[in-house]
Design a protein around this ligand. Sequence first.
Ligand code: BEZ
Length: 262
Amino acid sequence: MGQQWDAQGYDAQFSFVTAYGDVLLGLLDAQPGERVLDIGCGTGHQAAVIAAAGAEVVGVDSDAAMLELARSEHPAVRFVHADAQDAAALHAAVGASPVDAVLSNAALHWMPEQDAVVAGIAAVLRPGGRLVVEMGGAGNVARNAEAIRAGRAAVGLDADVPLPWTFPTPGEQASRLERHGFVVRTLALIDRPTPLADGVTTSGWARMFGASLVADVPDSERDTFDAAVDAHAVQLGLDRRPDGAGGWWADYVRLRFTAALA
Ligand code: BEZ
């Protein structure tokens, strides 16, 4: 993952990522004694819940700041620095014996090498072992991305930059899983308009989740950029939640799937 994270800000202002991920814990249904790998564990909340269920869990993440916070908040859980696109690193993280289950919440879309990730998971999972994932799917954050492009154009930067995320379609993901030996149990693309915390607008979302798209905005242009992002976001309706409750939101589309290794 190329993104550098503000781990404290992530927990303080974007705790919805963790909260929404709790649904995956129900799908995983970790049992005492099982071995579980949490890919892209972030600040470690889901790994800690799995450990509390009596499973032996290892959380891996490629961001040092996230891992530091995870270790300080959940000292009893094992967290390892690893890029899940690197099969050898995943293998080293879990050790010699395969795991019973792999969980990942809101992480896989940061990894351009999607086939390498699924191959690496298949290599560390036991036959019959389960995979439970939620990630961004096709169409995810399309409006947020459009607003960021408008902000870049407003300060004279290239608006047509590649986005740092990969959002597969359900068909692409099902084929990928099957190519790597998985049987898909459930797979759904789910619209999830997601409220932002009070005081957070689309430009704030962009700073946290699109850092690479904001990094080359000069400090002297930051206010202009933020204003243009938010003005465009208003045109796209991102300041008015679709459920009528009011407030800013992001147009998340989740790809949620469960699969078992054949
Ligand atoms: C997501 O969880 O879908 C996501 C988060 C940040 C940037 C892009 C997508």
